[in-house]
Design a protein around this ligand. Structure first.
Ligand SMILES: CC(C)(COP(=O)(O)OP(=O)(O)OC[C@H]1O[C@@H](n2cnc3c(N)ncnc32)[C@H](O)[C@@H]1OP(=O)(O)O)[C@@H](O)C(=O)NCCC(=O)NCCS
Length: 165
């Protein structure tokens, strides 16, 4: 059983942001300017606001995180404004412990949260060049439902969603 818990006020946003930077460095090296590549702790906090942030702690250090948010009233991604759709963001596992099932467990925690809160789908987006992630999400039940062009991003994103039951 993985030690997944919700982010607490006593957790360091600096430590959380460092973890997110380490995880997204590979995407940054691919030339993909995801916000998470270099976001400030203030942006990390803003992206958590209004949602639920889960973390995994290993040896007293943050080793994984994800945020799930309810349906947006307004968003550049139209899909995220659809009734019954929740969305996940800043999904990161420390590169030293990737591939051990932590990501899958974090995503499951978000699916559980979304179901408990009455959502019918859990959506996400990622750069269309990040084929390894699109494949991973497809294996986990996330279907391609559209595209979004976020302002300021050099890539187009694929929108993926999983029906919850
Ligand atoms: C994506 C990420 C959060 C997944 O976390 P993780 O703990 O490594 O994932 P898991 O160990 O639970 O693996 C889940 C599945 O993804 C696969 N997987 C994990 N990392 C992978 C990678 N880099 N390439 C291809 N497949 C990968 C695993 O094999 C597993 O599939 P399986 O269960 O069918 O064998 C993590 O790799 C990460 O932080 N990556 C960098 C940041 C990132 O890409 N974030 C998402 C942006 S949209």
């Amino acid at each position: 059983m993985l030690p997944i818990r919700t982010l607490q006020p006593s957790d360091s946003l600096l430590e959380l942001t460092d973890l997110i930077h380490r995880a997204y460095a590979r995407l940054g090296a691919m030339g993909l300017n995801y916000t998470a590549v270099d976001q400030s702790p203030e942006v990390t906090a803003k992206r958590i606001e209004g949602g639920q942030c889960y973390v995994v702690e290993i040896d007293s250090k943050l080793a994984g995180t994800i945020v799930v948010k309810p349906t947006y009233r307004e968003n550049e991604c139209q899909y995220f404004t659809r009734p019954g759709v929740a969305a996940v963001h800043q999904f990161a596992v420390d590169p030293r412990v990737q591939g051990k099932g932590i990501g899958r467990a974090l995503l499951q925690a978000c699916e559980g949260w979304a179901q408990e809160h009455g959502f019918r789908e859990l959506a996400m987006d990622t750069a269309e060049q990040a084929e390894h992630l699109i494949k991973l999400y497809a294996r986990l039940g996330y279907n391609h439902v559209g595209f979004v062009q976020w302002s300021g991003k050099v890539y187009r994103s694929v929108v993926l969603s999983k029906p919850l039951r």
